[in-house]
Design a protein around this ligand. Structure first.
Ligand code: NAP
Length: 277
C-alpha cells in the first residue's frame, strides 16, 4: 500500500480547491531545535506552498516561555490570513502541552488535537481529525479493505495516532482492540487482526510470526537507523500480509496530504461554505 500515488491525487484536489478558494493560510509553530521536528515542519511548508497555500512559519527558541507561546497563538487565532494552525509536538518541559493545544481556536485546529475536535471524534461526529489516522483510513479504502465486522488491532495509544485511528475504525464498524506497552500477550492480539495498525516507534517490533495470513498491515512507525528509516513492522511481514505500507513512502505522504486537506476544510469553515459545529 504505497502512499505516494493516493497522496498525489488528494493533493491535486487540494490544488484545485486552493485555486478556487483563494489565499488560504497555514501557520506552523515550532519550538526549539529538534532536528526531526525541523524536517517535519519544513516538509509541511514545502507541500503547502507547492499546492498554492500561504505558509506562515513561526519558529521560537527552546527556552520560550508558555506566555510567549500563547501570545503567538493568540495572534494567529486572530489573523484573518490564517485558516489553519498547527503546533509541532513535542514541546519543551517548561510548556504544558495540554494548555497550548487548548489555546488553538477549534475552527483553525487542522491537527485535530484540541479537546473539542478530539471529543467530536470520540462522540462519533468527526470534525477535524488528525492527519495520520485520516491518511490511514484513506489508504484502507483505496485498497478496498473491508472494515465492517473486521477485527482491527491498533498497537499504540497516543492521541496523535493510536486513539484517533481506533475511533475511526470503530466508526467504520470494525471490532477494535487497542494494545500498548502493558498489553500482556501482544503477539496473541496482533495474530487475531484482519487489519493491524502499528504506531509505536520501535523498529521491526512486529515480526512475521505476529501477523495473520492475508492481513492488511499499516506501519506508522518511523525510526532513524544507521541504514535509513525503519518502520515498526519487519519487512518480511510482506510475505504473509495481503497488504503492507512501506516505510518510507507509506503513511508519511498521506499525512502531509491530509493535513493540507484539513486546511482546505478550515478555509471552508471560515468562509461559511461549511458549517462549523
Ligand atoms: P508515542 O506517543 O511515543 O506512543 C507510542 C505508543 O506505543 C504508546 O502508546 C506506547 O504504549 C506504545 N508502545 C511502545 N512500546 C511498545 C511495545 N513494546 N509494545 C506495545 N506498545 C508499545 O508515539 P506516536 O507519536 O504515536 O508515534 C508512534 C510512531 O509513529 C513513531 O515512530 C512516530 O515517529 C511515528 N509517526 C509517524 C507519522 C507519519 O506520518 N508516518 C505520524 C505520527 C507518528 P504506552 O502508552 O503504554 O507507553
Amino acid at each position: 500500500m504505497r502512499g505516494a500515488p493516493l497522496a498525489e491525487r488528494v493533493r491535486e484536489q487540494v490544488r484545485a480547491d486552493a485555486a478556487e478558494l483563494g489565499a488560504i493560510g497555514l501557520a506552523t509553530v515550532l519550538v526549539g531545535d529538534d532536528p526531526a521536528s525541523h524536517v517535519y515542519v519544513s516538509r509541511k511548508h514545502e507541500a503547502a506552498v507547492a499546492d498554492g497555500l500561504h505558509s506562515f512559519d513561526r519558529r521560537l527558541p527552546g527556552d520560550v516561555s508558555q506566555a510567549e507561546l500563547l501570545a503567538v497563538l493568540d495572534e494567529l487565532n486572530g489573523s484573518d490570513e490564517v485558516d489553519g494552525i498547527l503546533v509541532q509536538l513535542q514541546l519543551p518541559a517548561q510548556i504544558d502541552e495540554e494548555v497550548v493545544l487548548r489555546a488553538v481556536e477549534p475552527i483553525k485546529d487542522v491537527d485535530g488535537f484540541h479537546p473539542f475536535n478530539a471529543g467530536r471524534l470520540y462522540a462519533g461526529h468527526p470534525t477535524f481529525v488528525p492527519a495520520t489516522p485520516l491518511g490511514i483510513m484513506a489508504l484502507l479504502e483505496e485498497h478496498g479493505i473491508a472494515l465492517e465486522g473486521a477485527r482491527a488491532v491498533v498497537v499504540g495509544r497516543s492521541t496523535i495516532v493510536g486513539k484517533p485511528i481506533a475511533h475511526l475504525l470503530l466508526g467504520a464498524n470494525a471490532t477494535v482492540t487497542i494494545c500498548h506497552s502493558r498489553t500482556r500477550d501482544l503477539a496473541a492480539e496482533t495474530r487475531a487482526a484482519d487489519v493491524l495498525v502499528v504506531g509505536i516507534g520501535k523498529a521491526g517490533l512486529i515480526t512475521v510470526d505476529m501477523v495473520k495470513d492475508g492481513a492488511a498491515v499499516v506501519d506508522v512507525g518511523i525510526t532513524r537507523t544507521e541504514t535509513g528509516l525503519a518502520g515498526d513492522v519487519a519487512p518480511e511481514v510482506a510475505e504473509r500480509a495481503a497488504f503492507l505500507t512501506p516505510v518510507p513512502g507509506g503513511v508519511g505522504p498521506m499525512t502531509i496530504a491530509m493535513l493540507l486537506r484539513n486546511t482546505i476544510q478550515a478555509a471552508r469553515y471560515r468562509r461559511n461554505l461549511l458549517a462549523f459545529p
